[in-house]
Ligand binder design. Structure first.
Ligand SMILES: *Cc1c(COP(=O)(O)O)cnc(C)c1O
Length: 428
């Protein structure tokens, strides 16, 4: 009996493969919208709340437009992400630019869009002033408290080793410089732990940022306009894990808000989030077909996707649950390494995974691949990027990114006469 639900049946998946061969990503519009609404509800106590979706998690215009309709902005950290946001209709302060090690030209572009610029490093302050010939009216500084980030004595992450953000002293000095330089609206931002499966992450982070906001008020005479809790709220990749309860998380932040900001006369601060994984991961799956079996010292099931389509298992040893479509009710009686075709031994979607007996042609639904999935793809071994599809609310399926073709793959080699001739004569 499979422990995780899919949003597609075997019959539906087979029908889709008649138009779009495997492998492909399939996203679930209904799930994306419902989740975005729950997040909004969780923070509805804060009138200025806004989620800035981290574009890097799922950079697809159709996804961005859905989130835009649900009231989200975008969080970008590169020129291409800013451009995609602009193309999808995001304007001005609907865009957050949270980058680091930033090329100056990207600051200029972000400013032209009217995006909120979030500075990662103290040296960026003068750099920005010189680049833009002055400061924008609104600016945000990224905080790194150092030390270990702990929740109930559990170390969640290690900010002192993270390349991001400024020390508290740098933040306070930075705000004095910004104020003297004419900045009118100020924010702070911090991202301290990734994929947290704990309702305590945001409230604990919020306590640190709210306390800093009080210091900023006392030391610099600045009332912050917004506090950006950034990303890091995780999802339950494993079926036995208890997922985050976003309503409890919102309530937890609310309590700390009243306790610290409310008591210090700062109860008009807007709360922003910059979630990626939480917004999309459960609502995207990689669909792939079993094409091969191999028996040596282990049982291998070969599929037509590979780590170039979804690298998280190969790189982080990340668990992605696998459902065999049409065999949801069967027991996991067999044990397989589910592998792709890269010439790399880490190209395994699962190791010693209990699954129902597989047959050639079975379709696998690799769960929770909707964020940091397609986006982290690559072309190693000449593997082409696969298509992305969207299951719409009416049940129909829409192609939202076509699969890459050999012509795409060879496009930057059209300066090579042999390749050019080959592409033309083979109508690639
Ligand atoms: C990656 C990233 C996010 C999103 O992180 P998730 O873990 O996907 O929620 C948000 N903000 C910044 C600056 C990031 O780099």
């Amino acid at each position: 009996m499979d422990m995780k639900e899919t949003y597609i049946t075997k019959e539906e998946a087979e029908r889709i493969t008649e138009s779009y061969p495997t492998p492909f990503y399939l996203y679930d519009e209904e799930g994306i919208r419902e989740n975005a609404r729950r997040l909004k509800q969780a923070f509805s106590w804060n009138p200025g709340f806004r989620e800035y979706f981290a574009v890097k998690a799922t950079p697809n215009p159709e996804i961005l437009r859905i989130l835009r309709e649900e009231g989200c902005g975008t969080d970008c950290s590169s020129l291409a992400e800013l451009e995609m946001s602009e193309a999808c209709g995001f304007r001005g302060q609907e865009i957050m630019f949270s980058s680091n090690d930033t090329p100056l030209s990207e600051y200029r572009f972000a400013e032209k869009l009217g995006a909120i610029i979030n500075l990662d490093d103290f040296s960026n302050i003068e750099e920005l002033r010189e680049t833009l010939g002055g400061f924008p009216e609104t600016l945000c500084l990224r905080y790194n408290p150092g030390g270990y980030f702990k929740i109930a004595n559990t170390i969640m992450d290690n900010p002192q080793d993270a390349k991001f953000g400024m020390t508290e002293e740098q933040i306070l000095e930075g705000f004095r410089i910004l104020k003297a330089g004419g900045v009118k609206h100020f924010g702070i931002h911090a991202f301290l732990a990734s994929n947290t499966v704990s309702n305590e992450y945001y409230p604990t982070l919020a306590r640190q940022l709210f306390t800093l906001a009080v210091r900023v008020k006392e030391d610099c005479g600045i009332r912050l306009s917004f506090i950006n809790l950034s990303g890091g709220v995780g999802i339950a990749y494993r079926p036995e894990e208890k997922p985050n309860d976003i309503l409890a998380i919102g309530e937890g932040v609310h309590r700390v808000y009243d306790e610290i900001l409310g008591k210090n006369g700062l109860s008009d601060v807007r709360i922003f989030t910059e979630l990626g994984r939480f917004m999309l991961a459960p609502y995207g799956a990689l669909i792939t077909r079993v094409i091969h079996f191999k028996e040596t010292y282990k049982h291998y099931a070969g599929v037509d996707a590979c780590a170039a389509n979804l690298m998280r298992p190969a790189v982080y040893g990340a668990y992605h649950h696998i459902t065999v479509l049409g065999k949801e009710k069967e027991e996991g009686t067999e044990s397989y390494d589910v592998v792709g075709s890269l010439c790399e031994n880490n190209d395994k979607f699962a190791v010693d995974r209990r699954l129902p007996r597989l047959e050639k042609g079975d379709l696998l639904f690799i769960h929770d691949a909707g964020a940091h999935g397609f986006a982290m793809g690559y072309n190693y071994n000449g593997k082409l990027w696969c298509a992305e599809l969207l299951k719409k609310r009416d049940g129909s399926v829409k192609l939202i990114r076509r699969a890459e073709t050999p012509r795409d793959y060879f496009a930057t080699l059209d300066i090579d006469p042999d390749m050019k001739r080959y592409m033309d004569s083979h109508s690639l």
